[in-house]
Design a protein around this ligand. Structure first.
Ligand code: SF4
Ligand code: SF4
Length: 426
């Protein structure tokens, strides 16, 4: 029997699955492991058993739910309209409500989700430590020495450490950047949490590209983390508080659009209405927020992009970020932006919408599967012969940068807006 305050998946949502199996080939974990219980259909079957009280939340159940990348590839493949993203998020929140983990894991999760991701001070402090490690040459030495090979997956995990890009973008919060050539749009830019440290240059490029295209860009001071990592980890109450704050930070600003350059964040930001559907004070506000929320590619493709003065001679291949193509159904827009840049040639890779293995912190906690997915992804990338890999999500960029180093030819990995920014800057 499911209690009234339960976060459990709803049976009416689960029942949409007709067990046809048409999603199986789109599921990275099923392709890797070949196990029915690690397929979308198998996971939905297990959720039904648990929700109906016919099975307990065993270690096995937790493992199968945890192994899901939440990439939502199955959602795109499903002809019955199963909203799998909603189901896996609910299943994890249900687990969070009912399962007590060992105290040290609980304490670590509380620190990361409840403190670190919500603190500009701690993120900056961690960023400064990482910057020292990278800028001092210690990181290069550790990589060259092969020291970490002795510690299991640690070498691969270190490869996935994000860059620390000083000066951090936190210093830009609260600022307004004027439009070039007259204001056509007034937009708010949500700059993320970790991205303020690790993708400060991408955030700056995003602002420049928007300014070039007639946007007055506001970086609301009160904004905070979008809550995506919290939702994926089942911590919906944390995510709800973050969502309310982001709504308060932006909704009354009179913006034409609220923008993000991170597909993973965008997916959650656009689903604040689901997160707050039972909150009487924020339900309508979250719907109004969603109506203005756009991915940067979506926004740029909807306006007339100012053409760069000079061509940018470059062949690129585009990796669809899962939360952009499957979560937000945004596929054509990034390609449209790339193709609007004179000199850029887009070479499509095979299976561009199959997950690269990044998936938030999946590549750290399930490194073996993530690295196997990455190896296959890089085969598709290398087969195109493209000199640059382009994508639309910081998490995917980190994963693909590791892929280019390990299995590729060291190709640069850029965000779509960075390619456009390069073209503008000649
Ligand atoms: S999730 Fe959709 S595609 Fe997959 S088995 Fe169920 S109904 Fe079929
Ligand atoms: S979200 Fe991705 S990994 Fe999870 S079941 Fe669907 S396709 Fe498989």
């Amino acid at each position: 029997m499911v209690e009234s305050n339960s976060e459990a998946p709803l049976l009416k949502d689960l029942d949409k699955c007709v067990h046809c199996g048409l999603c199986l080939n789109s599921c990275p974990t099923y392709r890797e492991l070949g196990v029915e219980m690690d397929s979308p259909r198998g996971r939905i079957y297990q959720m039904v058993q648990v929700v109906e009280g016919r099975a307990a939340m065993t270690e096995d159940y937790l493992e199968h739910m945890d192994l899901c990348l939440a990439c939502r590839g199955c959602e795109s493949a499903c002809p019955s309209g199963v909203q799998y993203g909603r189901l896996i998020e609910a299943a994890r929140a249900h687990i969070e409500q009912n399962v007590k983990r060992p105290w040290h894991i609980e304490a670590f999760r509380d620190f990361v989700f409840g403190t670190l991701l919500q603190s500009r001070f701690l993120l900056s402090l961690a960023g400064r430590g990482l910057h020292l490690f990278q800028a001092s040459g210690l990181q290069s030495w550790v990589r060259r020495s092969g020291l970490l090979k002795r510690f299991g997956n640690l070498e691969n995990i270190e490869m996935l450490s994000p860059p620390a890009e000083a000066p951090f973008f936190f210093s830009q919060l609260g600022k307004v950047f004027p439009a070039e050539g007259g204001r056509k749009h007034k937009v708010a830019f949500l700059s993320g949490c970790i991205a303020n440290v690790s993708f400060a240059r991408l955030n700056e490029a995003t602002v420049r590209v928007l300014q070039k295209n007639g946007c007055e860009v506001h970086i609301p001071a009160q904004q905070n983390c979008c809550g995506a990592l919290h939702v994926h980890a089942g911590r919906k109450d944390d995510a709800r508080e973050l969502a309310k704050n982001n709504i308060d930070a932006t909704l009354d600003g009179g913006y034409d659009a609220i923008l993000t350059n991170a597909a993973g964040c965008g997916s959650t930001l656009k689903e604040y209405d689901e997160l707050l559907e039972h909150d009487t004070a924020y339900r309508d506000k979250s719907i109004a927020f969603k109506a203005k929320m756009k991915d940067i590619n979506e926004f740029l493709a909807s306006i007339e992009i100012r053409p760069p003065a000079k061509p940018l001679q470059m062949t690129v291949t585009y990796q669809d970020s899962c939360h952009l193509c499957h979560g937000q159904k945004v596929r054509a827009q990034p390609r449209k932006v790339l193709q609007a840049i004179p000199g850029v040639t887009l070479k499509e890779m095979a299976l561009s919408d199959l997950c690269c293995g990044s998936a938030g912190i999946y590549n750290v906690v399930h490194n073996d599967i993530a690295m196997s997915l990455l190896e296959k992804k890089m085969k598709s990338v290398n087969a195109t012969g493209a000199e640059c890999i382009v994508t639309a999500n910081p998490g995917c960029m980190i994963q693909l940068q590791a892929g280019a180093r390990i299995h590729g030819k060291g190709q640069p990995v850029l965000h779509v807006v960075e390619v456009l920014d390069k073209a503008y800057r000649g």
